[in-house]
Design a protein around this ligand. Sequence first.
Ligand code: CA
Length: 231
Amino acid sequence: MSTTILVVEDEPAIQELISVNLSFAGHKVLRAFDAEQAQTLIRAELPDLILLDWMLPGASGITFARSLRSNERTRQIPLIMLTAKGAEHDKVEGLDAGADDYITKPFSPKELIARIRAVLRRRAPQLTDDIVEVGNLRLDPATHRVSGGTKALSLGPTEFRLLHFFMTHTERVFSRAQLLDQVWGDHVFVEERTVDVHIRRLRKALEPSGHDAHIETVRGAGYRFAVQPQR
Ligand code: CA
């Protein structure tokens, strides 16, 4: 499944090598040479994962990792630190700053892709091809099929992504802005009422098997996927 990965690396050759390999693996790649550039990119589009070099000009990777973790909007982004250092205390510092994993340079493209897959599986299951089931509602990302019990359900691409996200993040309430970030990757150029439109379509698509009640409106807050709907 295609994900957007932000590569923050100041060495052009390494940035290029990583980017080429990620593109080849089917990912969309955003590139930055320092934390400031990365911040600008993030403002426009929330990446699904960040590869962050430790040693950067200006703010260090560690400082940037801390600031990502302290910001509400970027707190949840899976983060892998790239480091040339092998010292144990550095690794600990990286994990303490909120990194999900780290890769020591030099690394093979194969290792990089495998680490990314592992972190995504753990932190962002909606970006993997794993089948998701809640009760007898079943979503298969690989074949793009959704079924409720024995009924096959027909969903548009946005409704599919929305349901995938909800089913992998049940019970939590998400605001419209959060859903735009998480499902559309963009909270700047898409209007919030767009979310309402697609929620409506999603409920309609789930109606034939009676699963529409899972999508609950939480007044003044947003939407939630309830495992045990109230109705
Ligand atoms: Ca560097």
